[in-house]
Structure formats: C-alpha cells, structure tokens
Design a protein around this ligand. Structure first.
Ligand code: SUG
Length: 416
C-alpha cells in the first residue's frame, strides 16, 4: 500500500472533566467547574472518526490513559485518596484525548533515513499534561513498532517546552512526496504562557534528520497567544499545498511567507483577514482548528466544529470562499462540543501520521465495525457525567478505571 495520511484520534477518556487546569485556554477557563459528560464526549469523538472513515480517509486512534495517574501521584508522595484537590484534578484529566499534542511527526519522505520519525511531546508547561508522555510513548512504540518504517523518540529534555504537532505544519505537493516542515514556536503570550519553545523544535528537527534547507522555524504572534491561541493550530492549519491561516497568526507574516514561497512555489495561501473575522471570533469558533484533508475524490475539505457554523462572521467567510471556488472545496461540520468546551477542536483530537496503513499495528486502526464496538463499550461503561467537585469520589475513580480496562480488553490492548 502507498504512503497515506492517517488521522489518529484520541478516544475521549472516562474521566473527561472541566477542572479549569489550562491557563490561557479560554474555553477551559470559561467552563471551569461545569459538569462534563464523558459518555457523550467519547461518542461525539467516535462519530467524528466515523464521518472521516465515510469520507474515505484512513483512520486510527489512541486509547485513553490510566486515570487517576497513580504513578505520578506516587512520585509526588501521595495517592488519589489523599492528594489535595488540585493535584487530584491534575491526575484525573483526560487531556491525552488531544492527540495533536501527543507527538511531532516527520513523514518518511522528509527524513534522511527514509523512516517516519515521531517524537513524543514533553508537555511540560501544564502539570496535568506533563505526565502524559510516558503513556503516549508506550502506545506509539506499540502502534509504530516496525523499525523498518518508523523511529519513535522519547521527549526532548523538559528544559524546553514541547507541545507536539499542534505547532507543526507541513507543505507538500502530495503526502508521499518530500515536504517543507514548518515549526511554530512562541516567545511571549502577553498574560498567557507561550508553551512551545524553539529549542525543543530545533532538537526535534535534528533528531528527525530533516534537511535544514527545507525546515522553517516561525514565531507565533504574541497577540494570537494573548487572544487565546495557546497552540498555533488554533489560528492556522496546512494540508498539502494549502496553508489556511488568520492574518494575525504569525509574528513576521511577510518574512515567513517569503521564505516559504521560495522553498515551496506551489503554495496556495488562504488568509482570513482580521477585518472579516476577528481573532476573537476565530478562537471562539475554532475555524482553524479544523481538519484540512484531501479525501479520495481530491476535493480539499475543511472539517469544522458546530461552533464555526454558529459564528456569523466565520460562517459567512466560509460560504463566500466556497462560492468563489477557493482552495477549500467542501466544508463538513462535526459536533465535538464536549471537547470544545475544554479548548479542543476537531484538529486537536487527531495526530496525523503519514504511513502505509499496513505497517501500523492493526489494533490501532479503525473501521466502522470497530467504531461500533468501541461505542458499545463507551455506552456501557463511561460515566454519564462528572462534577469536578466529585473527582475524589472512590466510586467515580473505580468507574473510570473499570471503564478503561473494558475498552482495552475489547481492543486487545490490555498490556497498556
Ligand atoms: O492543552 N485542554 C487542552 C486543549 C488542547 C488543545 N489542543 C490543540 N490545540 N492542539 C490544553 O489546554 C483542558 C484542561 C482542563 O481539564 O481544564 C485542557 O487541557
């Protein structure tokens, strides 16, 4: 089978809750303390995957991590029962669902050894995310165990924050052709933290053995981070020749686009001007946190969340773009409201890996029948709702651990 782009979605875990842990993530801050609906959240994610399968796209998934994170609490000298509420909330987060932050992936055509390289993200900026990488690495090593095709790397040292593919873009004529890899880092975010450090990305580019002449490091604009774009994928997304971005996404837009066009003359740059869609509307609607994909019919498709349809400036921009036969030929709308309320849109929920699906461990690949089976486990075992005030409840903790075990058993992944 040829190299193709596979979207690996994070299955939403049974402890999905709104504890308000991510400072600078406006949706998560706004919804702190609300009651969450893990079962509905996971089913929404599964329906998104199903819609992608029906578009003819290759689909995989990664499974929820063990929560509470007992080993992390033990390293801090405590237990789920005894931890103070803040530490406990940090140990109960289902944040590994946002697979765009799992790793940075350089497809085989870009690397010197012709293998697809993955570096798991250290996610060191936020405590609740900083303990994800061990569980993620374990899964990536299993899913991409075939060393003839993949090289899976541990995280870069925590001196430098790394948030993975959420800050990474790749331009190429076709996924199986060499591309230009663009690494977007933050320096300052005004009142909010810049989570991606340039040194982390420089290390990844070296480890992945990329051609320095086809690699760009680009600074995210401070105003975007300050407006709530804690990751670049909240203000820009790329697929093949198309770069779709908000006017205010990058610190030095002119310099960046000039260099990119030199390296990649086929670039099709689609900009949304601030005069038509404000940064605020772009971030509230997650217009750019969309999946930009090329299904087998060749029509570039943007998969947006419902919130994009509900934001008038955004929806009318999209309708105009479609009417004018712009680079985006089709818009699909998905309901991922439970994830959105924590700042995670359609693009956050997936990690893109260019690979021959036949070289991936089949246990991590999805088709409609398997999605049905996963949905049945979720419907049976996932908590219906969680009030963040109850995160210490022994009954809830038991339910969450049992639910995950039931899913892993269904998927023949109980070793995780
Ligand atoms: O890291 N939310 C995630 C959302 C990640 C979105 N990912 C991308 N843009 N690629 C984050 O801020 C919510 C935390 C809470 O439980 O309060 C949270 O972690």
């Amino acid at each position: 089978m040829p190299l193709t782009e596979i979207n690996f979605d994070g299955i939403v875990g049974p402890s999905h809750n709104y504890a308000g842990l991510s400072f600078g993530n406006l949706a998560a801050m706004r919804n702190a303390g609300q009651v969450s609906h893990p079962r509905a959240a996971a089913l929404q994610g599964l329906e998104k995957m199903r819609a992608n399968v029906r578009l003819g796209l290759a689909q995989g998934f990664i499974v929820p991590q063990a929560r509470p994170a007992r080993e992390w609490l033990a390293a801090l000298g405590t237990t789920p029962e005894e931890a103070d509420p803040v530490l406990r909330a940090n140990a109960m987060s289902a944040s590994s669902m946002w697979a765009a932050n799992a790793a940075t992936v350089s497809p085989a055509p870009d690397t010197a050894d012709g293998r697809t390289h993955l570096t798991v993200a250290n996610l060191r900026t936020m405590p609740h995310r900083s303990h994800e990488w061990q569980g993620t690495l374990q899964q990536l090593k299993l899913a991409f165990a075939d060393e003839r095709h993949f090289a899976v790397h541990g995280p870069v040292p925590p001196a430098f924050g790394d948030e993975g593919a959420a800050n990474f873009m790749r331009l190429t004529t076709r996924h199986d052709q060499p591309g230009v890899e663009v690494f977007v880092y933050g320096v300052s975010g005004g009142p909010y933290p810049a989570r991606q450090h340039v040194e982390a990305f420089r290390a990844i580019a070296r480890r992945h053995r990329l051609n320095p002449e086809r690699t760009l490091f680009v600074q995210q604009s401070e105003e975007a981070i300050a407006a709530g774009a804690f990751h670049n994928d909240v203000v820009a997304v790329a697929n093949e020749r198309v770069l779709f971005a908000h006017e205010q996404a990058f610190a030095d837009k002119g310099g960046f686009l000039g260099r990119l066009e030199q390296l990649f003359p086929e670039l099709d740059y689609v900009e949304v001007p601030a005069s038509e869609v404000s940064l605020e509307d772009a971030i509230r609607s997650y217009l750019f946190n969309a999946q930009l994909v090329t299904p087998p019919d060749g029509r570039t498709t943007l998969i947006v969340p419902e919130e994009a349809r509900e934001t008038p400036s955004v929806w009318s921009w999209l309708q105009r773009h479609l009417a004018e036969n712009g680079a985006i030929r089709r818009v699909e709308v998905v309901d991922v409201r439970q994830s959105m309320a924590n700042g995670g849109g359609p693009a956050c929920l997936r990690l893109r890996v260019v690979a021959d699906p036949g070289t991936v461990d089949p246990r991590f690949m999805a088709d409609e029948a398997k999605l049905d089976n996963i949905a049945a486990v979720v419907a049976r075992s996932w908590p219906e709702q969680i009030d963040p005030a109850d995160l210490g409840s022994p009954v809830l903790i038991q339910d969450v651990e049992r639910a995950r075990a039931a899913l892993l058993e269904e998927l023949d992944l109980s070793s995780l």
